[in-house]
Design a protein around this ligand. Structure first.
Ligand code: SF4
Length: 510
């Protein structure tokens, strides 16, 4: 039965996780070309471009959050879908074992990680029959940070800064702009949105996600929706949310809208936000062997066009000469000298900690001394080496706002001086930074390969019982770059960018 099906699926998953499709590369290339290299936005986009090329050249995950694997499969009438489903699951488990996918499937009641990306609801597999004599498999890997920024609106609605959104295409336009503005940098902007007008709450979200299977440069077959897509792109890119929410020219690289019929009483607009690490590929398979006949979205035989020249890759992060070097542990004086907008290069030991660690630290003493230390919101991809040691193969920041209820307490109790993550944090943390003398640094979300290369070695691990992404990893780093976006003086770049973009949003009221 289709002897090559399993291998074809492993190849699809691997390439999707490690090599961005040409349309996304092109859009990110244009974003990079539009920014001055020495600005925050320019530096972030350069790190992203380096990361994309590094991932492709080492066959490593573009982002450490390899997301929820979602497969759309089209099969000829009579194909054995039960067998195929099992093969797809086996391929997902194999890709996880090879470090191409991070173990991401967690029991929602116990919090236990299945370790192989399998479990109730994971992966997501949708089958459809068609009349063709071939199999088509499309895959999207969409991470948690951008998934958390999805939004669903029930019209009519009153929207911040935009006023009333009616049951009309203009109301749809306002909802999409509102969702992009709300996302700020939390979904690793610049992102792309798939949108569904209508349906019910469930089918709306599904159809919105399906729009992300369209290429960024296609034209909507419905000119009315095409017009809204263009209008959203124009207005969203004047919001100045910018890469990672640092401010800048490109906030959105794609807007794709579909529509479903609805009940007369309902009018939903569902928005699926995907990040710049827009991992989407597909294959057609021979119906007798399961071997790959062709790749979708790309030419399968050629390597990807690099984002940067070899000289640009060798040059690394564009430096301004104003970068500040910090060596952990860090003093109160060093922290209070930092201000929003400073670019810092951190060296020494940092400890990873995300949801499970923060929850744990609220009730238990930390397993290491965190005084003067650096806490990194990160769930890395880590592999065990032959000598029993650990190697980090992908290590970008995770969305920090989830730790908002805990962060200020943890900083105060244990003397943490630097928190690194992405997307910024809220008022409670900002006050905590000021009170305790600490700063929040925003690293570039999704730049998993770039940051993995700043890690010299893994010196230990605590709380491994929480699973690989949730454990506290002890990392020795050199020149880990990040931007001060919340300082110890009560200033927050996130607040400033949100306020400035709110003014721009208001001018798109129409
Ligand atoms: S790039 Fe950002 S939002 Fe996207 S999967 Fe990675 S961490 Fe999540």
């Amino acid at each position: 039965m289709l002897p090559s099906f399993f291998d074809s699926l492993v190849a699809l998953i691997t390439r999707t996780s490690t090599d961005l499709p040409p349309d996304v590369r092109q859009a990110m290339g244009m974003a990079l070309a539009g920014e001055e290299p020495a600005t925050r936005a320019g530096q972030a986009l350069t790190i992203i471009a380096q990361n994309i090329d590094q991932a492709e050249s080492c066959d490593g995950p573009i982002c450490q959050d390899t997301g929820m694997p979602t497969f759309e499969v089209k099969v000829p009438v009579g194909a054995n879908q039960i067998w195929m489903k099992q093969q797809i699951k086996d391929a997902v488990a194999e890709a996880t074992k090879r470090g191409k996918l991070r173990p991401n499937s967690v029991d929602s009641i116990t919090g236990e990680n299945s370790g192989n990306n399998l479990g109730p609801g994971t992966p997501i597999i949708h089958f459809e029959q068609w009349e063709k004599d071939e199999i088509e498999v499309k895959l999207i890997l969409k991470g948690g940070g951008c998934e958390n920024t999805n939004a669903q609106y029930a019209l009519p609605a009153d929207l911040d800064h935009l006023g009333r959104a009616d049951r009309s295409l203009d109301g749809v336009r306002k909802c999409i702009l509102h969702a992009v503005w709300k996302a700020q940098g939390k979904g690793c902007a610049p992102g792309a949105v798939g949108v569904c007008v209508g349906g019910d709450r469930t089918s709306g979200y599904l159809h919105a996600k399906e729009q992300l299977f369209r290429t960024l440069d296609d034209r909507n077959p419905d000119p009315r929706l095409g017009e809204i897509e263009d209008a959203v792109m124009d207005a969203a890119n004047q919001l100045t949310v910018g890469p990672m929410g640092f401010g800048g020219k490109t906030s959105l690289i794609g807007c794709k809208i579909g529509a479903l019929n609805r009940l007369p009483a309902s009018f939903f607009v569902s928005v699926a936000y995907d990040c710049w690490a827009f991992r989407r590929l597909g294959v057609t398979l021979d119906v007798r062997s399961g071997a790959i006949s062709s790749w979708l979205y790309r030419d399968g035989d050629t390597t990807s066009q690099p984002m940067l020249t070899p000289e640009q890759m060798a040059a690394g992060l564009p430096r301004t000469g104003r970068e500040i070097r910090l060596q952990a542990p860090i003093s109160d004086e060093q922290i209070r000298a930092l201000k929003v907008g400073d670019v810092v290069l951190v060296s020494g030991t940092m400890y990873t900690g995300r949801d499970a660690v923060h929850h744990h630290l609220m009730k238990h003493e930390p397993p290491v001394d965190l005084r003067g230390g650096v806490l990194y919101h990160c769930g890395p991809v880590v592999v065990k080496e032959d000598d029993g040691g650990w190697k980090v193969t992908a290590a970008g920041p995770t969305t920090s706002i989830r730790e908002e209820p805990y962060q200020a307490d943890i900083i105060k109790r244990y003397g943490v001086r630097i928190v690194i993550g992405k997307g910024g944090m809220g008022a409670k943390t900002l006050a905590g930074l000021q009170e305790s003398g600490a700063v929040y640094l925003n690293a570039v979300g999704g730049a998993a390969q770039f940051y993995a290369r700043c890690i010299n070695k893994v010196t230990g691990v605590s709380l491994l019982e929480f699973g690989t992404p949730e454990a506290m990893w002890h990392l020795e780093v050199t020149d880990f770059p990040a931007i001060v976006t919340m300082d110890a003086h009560g200033h927050s770049l996130h607040k400033d960018v949100e306020a400035a973009s709110a003014t721009k949003l208001a001018s798109a009221r129409g």
